[in-house]
Design a protein around this ligand. Structure first.
Ligand code: ATP
Length: 349
């Protein structure tokens, strides 16, 4: 097997086109891996010019890559959902990226809106392929007073077990102390009973790790009142969707929120959580740090934990030096933040 890692770059739309090139330079500077990249022009321009969202031949070609690094999708000229569903969700589902990893890490004390929070380093494992997101259901008598809408929640043992096991495995590998299941098992007595049974079965294989459980309503309060009591969290697609955005807000907002969509045996995708931000696109003021941190997660996934750590340190450095874009109170451009990160890495490597 070749030791070159092939990365598919999908800058996408809006600020995605500005942050991906900047983040990619930082990733290359941080890693000892040999990386090879190819840019895919998926997104609004292609759709508007050709009507194509995600051509079959590109899906086929992506199978030959080691990871996808994506910027953002969505454009005011395209109906909402066409690009997001057609590209992002297609990638997640067709490549079975069943684990959505969302770190909740505080890089600088004053970035949190919470009082008295000094430190935070929590990892969320959000199930990414089941639950209310599979599109099962329907509408009867649409538009009439008798209208009925059904949206069905589906969980499979295989689907639950693989995300729970991944969370425990990761916690063990990273030397973490605790894994928490967040669910609503007191009300969703079928689907979340399955989560309960699987979680405690898997937990028994990891006696070195503490395992505990929170109901989602209590968890939401805890994330604001005492987030530092969490360590590794595993939760459903729906709850993870909401709680991880709460987590992003607690740690300084969208400009710093990164994510990985993982298939440990297949093609994984790394992206910032934010969207294409059309209001600031083209101005070279988008914060590239979320994309850079997603790049760090990608390096970790590809086996370069040192590179990932260097990226984390570099982000801490620019934040502490206030070398940041206007959204974080700085006056640097996107490219200047990239250069500051590169300069730091140049010294460290
Ligand atoms: P989507 O629906 O795809 O999430 P959106 O425009 O509704 O797109 P985002 O693009 O995620 O939402 O972001 C909302 C706002 O937050 C943006 O309009 C922008 O002002 C700000 N924002 C988001 N990401 C960044 C970033 N990386 N740097 C600076 N500001 C950002």
């Amino acid at each position: 097997m070749s030791d070159v890692k092939k990365i598919a770059l999908i800058p996408g739309d809006g600020i995605g086109k500005e942050i991906v090139p900047v983040a990619w330079e930082v990733v290359k500077k941080a890693t000892a891996l040999k990386l090879e990249s190819k840019v895919f022009d998926l997104g609004a321009e292609r759709y508007l010019a050709t009507g194509e969202v995600f051509p079959e031949e590109i899906k086929e070609e992506l199978k030959g890559f080691d990871a996808v690094f994506l910027g953002a999708l969505g454009d005011p000229r395209v109906k909402p959902g066409v690009l997001e569903r057609g590209i992002l969700l297609t990638l997640r589902f067709e490549f079975d990226q069943f684990a959505n990893l969302r770190p909740m890490k505080l890089y600088r004390e004053d970035l949190t809106p919470l009082k008295n929070l000094k430190q935070l380093d929590v990892m969320f494992f959000r199930e990414n392929t089941e639950d209310l997101y599979i599109g099962a259901g329907g509408i009867l008598k649409k538009g009439t007073p008798d209208e009925v809408a059904l949206q069905e929640l589906v969980q499979t043992r295989k689907g639950v077990e693989r995300i729970v096991r991944l969370a425990f495995e990761w916690a063990k590998k990273e030397g973490r102390r605790k894994v928490t299941l967040i669910d609503k098992s007191n009300v969703l007595t079928y689907a979340h009973d399955l989560w309960q049974r699987v979680f405690w079965e898997v937990a028994s294989d990891y006696p070195e790790l503490e395992a505990n459980h929170l109901l989602v309503d209590a968890a939401a309060m805890k994330m604001v009142l005492a987030p530092e009591t969490l360590d590794v969290v595993v939760t459903t697609n729906m709850f993870g969707d909401i709680l991880t955005d709460l987590g992003a807000a607690v740690c300084g907002g969208l400009g710093l929120a990164a994510s990985g969509n993982i298939n440990p045996d297949g093609l994984s995708m790394f992206e910032p959580v934010h969207g294409s931000a059309p209001d600031i696109a083209g101005k070279n003021i988008a914060n590239p740090l979320a994309a850079v941190l997603a790049g760090g997660m990608m390096l970790d996934h590809l086996g370069d934990s040192l590179g990932a750590k260097l990226i984390d340190d570099a982000v801490s450095f620019v934040l502490n030096e206030h070398q940041v874009t206007p959204d974080l109170g700085g006056s640097l451009t996107t490219t200047e933040v990239g250069k500051a990160l590169e300069a730091y890495l140049e010294e460290r490597r």
